[in-house]
Design a protein around this ligand. Structure first.
Ligand SMILES: [Zn+2]
Length: 147
């Protein structure tokens, strides 16, 4: 099963669509043999396949999206795949604007990476006694960054 695994919603959706297209080209949709079809089986099969795609998309989403996924699955009538994709994308954007927990954590990680790199560069540039105070130099870099 395809999962989002931290990728963006659009990248994950694109990956799924490529696979669905491939499956569609290998296994063609069964066709009705009615003359001027009135039984509607083709539409029923197509609708069922769309629902399968919707569930595949929703179930493979990262746990960040569990709230919006539950909301979409509870909607009646069932949303189309395109509508669901739009809602999930908007959900991500809204959380990015409001500064959710995940965004804050990402910033913190970036911050620490930045500080560590600054500290290492500072130590390389210094010569003589300061080289032995590698730990202290790193600490100073941290404080400078905070100011
Ligand atoms: Zn038919």
């Amino acid at each position: 099963m395809i999962r989002q695994d931290g990728a963006s919603v659009s990248a994950y959706y694109t990956r799924l669509k490529v696979i669905w297209d491939e499956i569609g080209s290998v296994f063609s949709m069964p066709k009705c043999s009615c003359d001027g079809c009135t039984c509607g089986i083709s539409k029923a099969i197509s609708d069922l396949r769309d629902k399968e795609k919707l569930y595949e998309f929703l179930l493979g989403l990262d746990s960040d999206y569990s709230t919006i996924r539950t909301q979409i699955l509870a909607m009646k009538p069932v949303l189309s795949l395109g509508e669901s994709y739009r809602l999930v994308s908007e959900d991500k954007q809204q959380r990015a604007v409001s500064g959710g927990k995940k965004v804050t954590m990402d910033n913190a990680t970036a911050f620490h990476t930045h500080v560590r790199r600054e500290g290492a560069a500072g130590n390389q540039n210094k010569s003589g006694p300061s080289t032995t105070k590698g730990g202290k130099g790193e600490k100073e870099g941290h404080c400078d960054f905070l100011q």
